[in-house]
Design a protein around this ligand. Sequence first.
Ligand code: PLP
Length: 395
Amino acid sequence: MIPKLSSRTAWDLRENALHEQVLQIRQSVAHLVDLGASNPTVVGLETPRELPLLLADPAAATYDPDPRGLSSAREAVARYVGEHGAAVDPDDIVLTASTSEAYGFLWKLLTDPGDEILVPTPSYPLFGYLAGLEHVATRTYPLVRDEGYRVDLAALEAAVTERTRAVVCVHPNNPTGTLVRDEDARAIAALARARGLAIVADEVFLDFLHDGRPRARSFASETEALTFTLSGLSKACCAPQLKLGWIVVGGPPELRRAALERLVVIADTYLSVSTPVQRALPRILERRPAIAAELSARLGANLAALDRAIASLGADTPLRRVSSDGGWSALVEVPRVMSEDEWIVTFAREAGVLVQPGWFFDIEDGGTLAMSLIVEPRSFEAAAGRIADVVRRHV
Ligand SMILES: Cc1ncc(COP(=O)(O)O)c(C=O)c1O
């Protein structure tokens, strides 16, 4: 007999047709600029390069684990969260190997098989996998494009069922780059409290708001509903390879205490964060402002280059950037003279630029593409110019 594999892992692993086409194009087009890039360690940023050197601390030769994470590391996270206006107790923080692992811990904490969590759509495609791996179902609530991807509060409330355990808020969202407005956050907290739900706030991009945007409120200062605020080094310090994330547990003290008691046992079961990175965390986070400044300058420059390229097509061009508050991507509406996938192939062949389809993030209008803004600015500017040229030729 053949061993049975879990139904959780019965994924359709066939590559889609677009992926096959892109693979072929990659082989035939020299110097393709990949505007699907999301890995900050390979885009020529200077400031994060020294972070791995900070791991060489003799103190890390000793293994003396704390299930929440070493207190010196949690104190450093509390200082970081404090910079976002939230005063948190280091004992209300649990370290994880990544934000993705934090989601796994939280679904273990909050759900039984068959329970549901609410996730925004459009958003980051990993949520379905992270939930499915814990036998949890995702239901979506819409962010309304015509209202700047604002949360549809009525639809969110209507999506709550007896099995709903948590609402995920991505602040700012990936790839739309939109923040959850303060009044919407308050309404979500009131709903969560009334219906016995937890809020899971993903703030991995909160340090990257576009120029001129005021600092946004962190969900870590939430007091009304049980709230888990997630972030980590992947995005905050452009260092996904260091494998360190965190969960800040907030909300009414009695709910917070009960959740933490069990969350600590989950973390203790894995003890997944390495000692060297925990020891180095205070010094890593001291360097964060310089890293964020370098990347923010690049995001701003690339956004401006994209806007210039679009403006070169004239005021009435159907190529349009969707406005956003921050994040590492830009969304662009393309003219409807061909499908999203056809535009991707056309941009790759004729401009030597790879972009991502909106459908990858469940944007269903059939005419939106996502472009990474973390790419080296000279390549990005040239790529944006070539994209504009291709649009000019086809419209
Ligand atoms: C919104 C969002 N959350 C979480 C993650 C994953 O972060 P980590 O590397 O900490 O697991 C990503 C990665 O792109 C993301 O876009």
